[in-house]
Design a protein around this ligand. Structure first.
Ligand SMILES: [Zn+2]
Length: 252
């Protein structure tokens, strides 16, 4: 991307709904009122909200960005997305990429062992309905493991089988992946490439347009405490962490 070209930020959300201020794990929650204000800001400030396909084409293909752009990514597939975030996105005609945990669809976020009450995840019916309505879905593995802790065969299964499983569920190609906890190794990345994904997102902080590889896209986490000023600051913050790879900035 030439110097001075418009920037692109890949925003990372988890749970979006009517939540009180959490004591911990604030990057995992966003109040729906703030989310709505953030979408209004993107509209007002003239951002293009791109699909992940459009973003990958822009960053690594032949479709240069014409305006400041964002991609909205939402990890884990919580049921609150269906209830709160998706209607807000639909009102503005904005796309979003939701990463699903294949074997836990319709269940709870049982990998979050720190929580006494793991959160409900969208059912298969809800996923299919939102897909018909234009929501985009990607894979976040089968069971939300730390990939770097798994033997190679297990990693490959988590990465490749989740793609096939979601493709069966949706009747459409699943081309995008997200590393749980932002945890991965060079081998994980090879398995993601081998499975045929076009992109993979990390939890490495930075502007999306400074990502060096489509299977290691940098993102910006939007936290519960981000007011509109904080949100805007993150959008305009361009620096990517250089030299930090697989093990940086782990979140859920
Ligand atoms: Zn996750």
């Amino acid at each position: 991307m030439p110097p001075g070209a418009p920037t692109l930020s890949i925003l990372m959300y988890h749970q979006i709904g009517r939540y009180p201020r959490p004591d911990a794990h604030r990057a995992l929650f966003c109040h729906i009122d703030r989310f709505r204000s953030q979408l209004a800001y993107l509209d007002r400030a003239g951002f293009d909200v791109l699909s992940m396909d459009q973003a990958v084409d822009s960053l690594f293909g032949r479709r240069p960005l014409t305006r400041r752009s964002v991609v909205i990514t939402v990890d884990d597939g919580y049921d609150d997305f269906r209830e709160h975030a998706w209607p807000a996105l639909q009102e503005r005609g904005f796309p979003a990429m939701v990463y699903l945990v294949g074997s836990l669809i319709g269940q709870r976020s049982s990998w979050q062992t720190h929580r006494p009450d793991p959160a409900p995840l969208m059912t298969a019916d809800a996923v299919r309905r939102l897909h018909r309505e234009g929501c985009h879905f990607g894979s976040h593995t089968l069971s939300h493991p730390r990939l770097s802790h798994l033997p190679a065969a297990e990693q490959r299964r988590e990465i490749a089988d989740s793609k096939r499983q979601l493709e069966d569920l949706l009747g459409a190609e699943v081309a995008h992946f997200c590393y749980p906890y932002g945890d991965y190794t060079a081998r994980s990345r090879e398995f993601v490439a081998e499975a045929g994904y076009r992109s993979a997102t990390t939890c490495i902080r930075g502007a999306g347009n400074l990502s060096e590889h489509p299977l290691e896209l940098t993102r910006k986490a939007i936290s519960y405490g981000d007011n509109l000023l904080g949100f805007a600051w993150k959008l305009h913050f361009k620096q990517a962490r250089k030299g930090k790879g697989a093990l940086a900035d782990r979140v859920s």
